[in-house]
Design a protein around this ligand. Structure first.
Ligand SMILES: C[S@@+](CC[C@H](N)C(=O)[O-])C[C@H]1O[C@@H](n2cnc3c(N)ncnc32)[C@H](O)[C@@H]1O
Length: 430
């Protein structure tokens, strides 16, 4: 049995877990009943994604999210696409929170009378039971324009089997496939999956999809909000995929006012190979965003930021992927979101850095007119703040003007003192 909540007259009475989403505009407060908050899509991610879906022409019908949680993504779709949405959520309190959140977004947009809001509904019950959902809505005819699915995954698990997703992918697709509006591009659907899926699991997902929609266009999208990790991995299908692109990386901007940085390609992912060359003065070292490496689109990015350069990967794994190259990176402002540090090697430090040798580093840094040097290599966590503090204190208020960092060459037992390009010097903007 499914219980219907009408977003126009639903009440928030009794709901708990009321919070301002840090990524949403002020005043947009959402309910997350029964521990729904950690499951919810951050508003900024939901809104950016809805804007990306809006670039496609969807057929007639509703936007369906059949595991809608607190309905954050559901509400972002409704208000951006200006279409009625249908949310289904197993947990009744969370389903009610979804309806309330949809109402909040409509009120915020002054759209309480809009068709997209008045035509929307949220149901408590099993999202895999398409017939039951439509019967509860008393819908004589219902077509799905677009399906969003963000299944629950076991918490605190870095890797897990596809079968652990709730609701299961194959059950959802089998149940709802007959209700999609027919289009030339095939069904439009977005599967929001675990960012920890392995390449083999991605193939498994594609097989499940092809079983229902053979040969449908597929586009994998990695999304990162920074902090060096992939936050979301999604498969865009059919009407929202494209023949020209098969993989995409989206770096969510630091603020709502900025545009995301998007990289896309149709090329297959090529494995990065480490080539260890002896370190040398004058070469450039860049420590890149680990999420960019994880997404497999770093070569696409480097084709633009280091065109025709000789790239030598020194390390491709861990928190500090390091590449060496001959010329400065050619970066736009937002490219810096994908770079932890970049600069030219000015000194090779063949001594171990500790409290007794840090003054030698300070002298070298001052010779190169450096005002700041950040330590960008793994150090004993007790020693790191001591050394960094000493560098900051000693370099402050001296004659230095340049910024830089110290990286460790992954094989040679050498530290690399690097000077970063000044904002308006050295890095030819494109
Ligand atoms: C990751 S959350 C979705 C979060 C949502 N995208 C948001 O923005 O708030 C997944 C939800 O699927 C729900 N779920 C699991 N099995 C379900 C089923 N068979 N039918 C409907 N919902 C289900 C869980 O209760 C959970 O709230």
């Amino acid at each position: 049995m499914h219980r219907v909540f009408n977003p126009s007259d639903v009440s928030s009475e009794g709901l708990v877990e009321f919070a301002q989403d840090a990524t949403a505009p002020k005043g947009l407060l959402f309910y997350h009943a029964k521990e729904g908050r950690p499951l919810a899509t951050p508003w900024q991610v939901a809104a950016l994604r809805a804007q990306a879906v809006a670039k496609h022409t969807l057929p007639d019908g509703v936007v369906l999210d059949c595991a809608c949680g607190s309905g954050i993504q559901l509400a972002a779709y409704a208000s951006t696409l200006q279409r009625p949405v249908l949310g289904v959520e197993l947990d009744e309190e969370r389903a009610r929170a979804s309806a309330v959140n949809l109402q909040t977004v409509a009120t915020h947009a002054q759209a309480e009378q809009a068709d997209w809001f008045c035509g929307s509904a949220v149901l408590a019950g099993d999202g895999t039971a398409a017939e039951g959902v439509l019967a509860a809505l008393e819908a004589k005819e219902a077509t799905v324009a677009f399906l969003h699915l963000d299944p629950a995954r076991p918490r605190n698990s870095r890797t897990h089997a596809l079968e652990e997703m709730q609701p299961p992918l194959h059950t959802v697709l089998a149940s709802w496939a007959p209700y999609f509006s027919p289009t030339a591009e095939g069904a439009a659907a977005l599967l929001d999956l675990s960012p920890r899926l392995t390449a083999a699991q991605r193939v498994e997902v594609e097989e499940i999809v092809d079983h229902v929609w053979p040969g449908i266009d597929k586009l994998w999208e990695w999304t990162s909000r920074g902090r060096g990790r992939v936050d979301r991995l999604a498969l865009w299908l059919g009407g929202i995929a494209s023949e020209e692109v098969s993989r995409r990386f989206v770096r969510v901007p630091p603020s709502l006012a900025q545009m995301p940085l998007v990289l896309s390609t149709k090329e297959e992912e090529e494995p990065l190979v480490c080539r260890h060359h002896p370190p040398k003065r004058g070469e450039h070292v860049s420590i890149l965003d680990a999420a960019l490496i994880e997404s497999g689109l770093v070569s696409t990015w480097l084709a633009r930021t280091a065109p025709e350069d000789q790239l030598r990967w020194a390390s491709t794994e861990g928190r500090r992927p390091q590449v060496h190259h001959d010329r400065p990176l050619q970066m736009n402002d937002d490219d810096s979101w994908l770079v932890q540090a970049t600069g030219k090697v000015v000194e090779l430090l063949t001594f171990a850095l500790d409290e007794t040798t840090v003054d030698r580093l300070v002298e070298m840094a001052l010779e190169h007119r450096m005002a700041s040097v950040k330590l960008r290599f793994d150090l004993d966590p007790a020693l790191q703040p001591v050394l960094q503090g000493s560098l900051d204190r000693q370099l402050r208020r001296r004659h230095g003007v340049r910024e830089g960092f110290v990286a460790r060459h992954p094989v040679a037992d050498v530290l690399l003192l690097c000077v970063s390009p000044a904002k308006d010097e050295d890095t030819p903007s494109i």
